[in-house]
Design a protein. Structure first.
Length: 500
């Protein structure tokens, strides 16, 4: 009873603390890691309203004006808030985004993999977000797949001139208010898009000086360079970026160096999430001619047999049914092998008869640890979660904490300033964010105060919805929204890009 009373009082005090009328915050004596990659420097910082007003270098205690809250840094690290280059989630249903805040993320990129729900009424969506409130800053993108849908193209590989112009017109109207276009060329309906269509869209993105972020056409190791080169074609007209870079089936440090060498030829950037299992819809396992239930329903007996054979070979090539962990649908939490054993039938029949191309999403354990760990040191490589508040994968709750916990503290693959740069200043440069990603006077106060040794990624594949620990203080736009384990407030905004 005493513990419950204490927790209740603590929560009420924190709520009063962050909602009190304060003019700003003074953070004394921190190791300031500014996001540029520079080494830490002792400093104190003043936050006024939503901006970093002043940085005092060296050991000092700043005077406290009226209505400012003072926090003693005690040599903890102060960094910019992390920027997630590839994320998912609906701010109208999960507006606080506590999973992101707990791992130090203060801005997330939405509209990824070619899908953006808000494409038909962007201003209305932005108004709804403002009315309901959001915990983190949102960085909106326009999805190519969504453009195809609203233009009435669907799965047609040859859009008419009118349909293509409709896509270009919508993109042209939305790019001044968004940060670029995303493609999901492994997904229906974008997988039907050909080169001419993608280049026409790239020209429009380039006219607005925006970026194309691409879930490439095929991430299998033997198709990876071909997929990269397809994106390179678009780079003639616009900046391009590889989403969640991986090599499915690729192994070892030598292969990682080959990939790095190939990408080094081009002006492009990439992001990566620090886990060896991907996560997406089960349709990934189905062939192009059976990506939807409607397509499956039209197949004859011979085609059904061919589909079953395809599914069997596809799963076996991806480390077998035990390497597919279902994360949604009626079998969530079980591997495909466990479901097959439970139903006493071949796993390919389970996929076709009991799940279907739209029946579940899954984690696929198909990446090599040594290869992934070498990729992260590439200078053009930043980080993302590719996560959401709801998906059954630990990356949505642990990615950015894991970078510090594992890659910095345990393995020493990156120094703390290098890791922070990849998650802040470098990410902001890729997106061309205005006055974010660095700790500088006049920049927005998206900030983290923490002891790096206390940062822990708690999420696991068995229990993926466990909040990260260790990011003790989190500010979004100058508002303190996290102290200790308490997360309160909705201080995020829908961000707008720099004008051309």
């Amino acid at each position: 009873m005493k513990k419950l009373t204490y927790l209740l009082i603590s929560s009420l005090l924190f709520s009063a603390f962050i909602h009190a009328e304060v003019s700003g915050y003074i953070i004394n004596n921190v190791q300031l890691v500014d996001g540029s990659g520079a080494e830490p420097k002792l400093a104190s910082v003043i936050i006024t309203n939503d901006k970093i007003q002043h940085i005092a270098w060296g050991e000092t205690k700043l005077p406290n004006p009226n209505n400012y809250k003072t926090i003693e840094g005690e040599n903890r690290v102060l960094t910019p808030g992390f920027i997630d280059l590839h994320a998912h989630g609906n701010p109208l249903t999960h507006g606080q985004f506590a999973n992101f805040i707990a791992m130090g993320v203060t801005s997330i990129s939405l509209g990824q993999d070619g899908f953006s729900r808000y494409i038909e009424d962007f201003e209305g969506w932005r108004g709804q977000v403002a009315d309901s409130g959001v915990g983190v800053n949102l960085i909106p993108f326009i999805g190519h797949g969504s453009l195809r849908v609203i233009a009435g193209i669907g799965q047609n590989p040859e859009p008419t001139a009118v349909q293509l112009n409709n896509m270009l017109d919508v993109l042209d109207k939305l790019l001044p208010h968004t940060f670029g276009m995303t493609t999901g060329l492994e997904y229906n309906p974008a997988l039907f898009a050909k080169t001419d269509e993608l280049l026409a869209l790239a020209k429009k993105v380039g006219e607005h000086n925006r970026v194309i972020m691409s879930h490439m056409r095929n991430e299998d190791d033997d198709q990876l360079f071909k997929s990269i080169d397809e994106l390179v074609q678009q780079s003639e007209f616009a900046r391009v970026h590889i989403s969640h870079l991986k090599s499915v089936y690729g192994k070892g440090a030598f292969r990682a160096q080959e990939i790095i060498k190939h990408i080094n030829q081009y002006k492009m950037t990439a992001d990566l999430y620090p886990y060896n299992a991907s996560y997406t819809g089960i349709a990934l396992l189905f062939p192009k001619w059976a990506k939807t239930q409607e397509q499956v329903n039209k197949l004859n007996r011979t085609q059904i047999q061919a589909l079953l054979e395809h599914l069997k070979n596809r799963v076996l090539s991806r480390n077998g049914p035990e390497a597919t962990l279902l994360g949604s649908g009626k079998f969530a939490g079980l591997t495909l092998k466990q479901v097959a054993d439970k139903l006493n039938k071949p796993f390919e029949s389970v996929l076709l008869e009991d799940i279907g191309p739209h029946g579940a999403s899954a984690a696929y354990f198909i990446m090599d640890n040594e290869l992934q760990q070498h990729l992260i040191r590439a200078p053009w490589l930043s980080f993302s979660s590719d996560g959401s508040p709801t998906m059954f994968h630990p990356r949505g709750y642990g990615s950015f904490a894991k970078v510090i916990d594992e890659y910095v503290n345990k393995l020493g693959l990156l120094s703390l300033p290098q890791a922070i740069n990849k998650m802040t200043g470098q990410a902001a440069e890729i997106l061309r964010l205005d006055k974010r990603g660095l700790i500088k006077e006049g920049h927005y106060a998206d900030l983290l105060l923490f002891d790096p040794k206390q940062v822990k990624a708690m999420a696991s594949y068995e229990n993926p919805h466990q909040l990260s620990q260790g990011f003790e203080y989190v500010w979004v736009n100058g508002q303190l929204i996290k102290q200790g384990s308490d997360i309160k407030g909705l201080a995020g905004k829908v961000l707008s890009p720099k004008a051309n």
